[in-house]
Design a protein around this ligand. Structure first.
Ligand code: 5GP
Ligand code: ZN
Length: 136
């Protein structure tokens, strides 16, 4: 993809601090980290998001995520790690090349996590399960 920042990083056209690469995936530091060591794991081929990315490539990405998570935990003494993937604008995706965030967390670092909006009303859970499972 010509105008994709992450494709440019893969091709070496713009610089990035790479931490790991293999045949199908690349991991590099996020330019605007939540905490030091915040890493992005991407496929070397351009796919927009989780819907487009083939299952085997998602699995390759997750293998890299696991490797990086252990290395961040040990190397940076992280107290915890968030693994997150934003898909589509409504979910906060800004760069439209599939990527998984591996974010080191430090106790009391001040970053929160989303909170539940409200409990389920009667029947909503059954309805949600039905709507999801009929599309599996
Ligand atoms: P998204 O919101 O799409 O899940 O996250 C995109 C991430 O890419 C952001 O956290 C942002 O800081 C990071 N990012 C955007 N442009 C660049 C870049 O040119 N280089 C690097 N290393 N990270 C970038
Ligand atoms: Zn791309």
């Amino acid at each position: 993809m010509d105008n994709c920042i992450f494709c440019k990083i893969i091709k070496g056209e713009i610089p990035a601090h790479k931490v790991y690469e293999d045949k199908t995936t690349l991991a590099f530091l996020d330019i605007s980290p939540v905490n030091i060591g915040h890493t992005l794991v991407i496929p070397k081929e351009h796919y927009i998001n989780i819907y487009e990315t083939p299952e085997n490539i998602m699995m390759d990405m997750m293998k890299t995520v696991k490797k990086i998570s252990h290395a961040i935990k040990k190397g940076l003494d992280a107290d915890g790690i968030n693994v997150a993937m934003n898909n589509e604008g409504a979910a906060g995706q800004v760069v439209f090349h599939s990527h998984i965030h591996v974010i080191p967390r430090i106790k009391n670092d001040g970053f929160g996590l989303w909170h539940g909006k409200r409990p389920y009303k009667k029947g909503e859970e059954e309805m949600a399960v039905k709507k999801i499972t009929q599309k599996l």
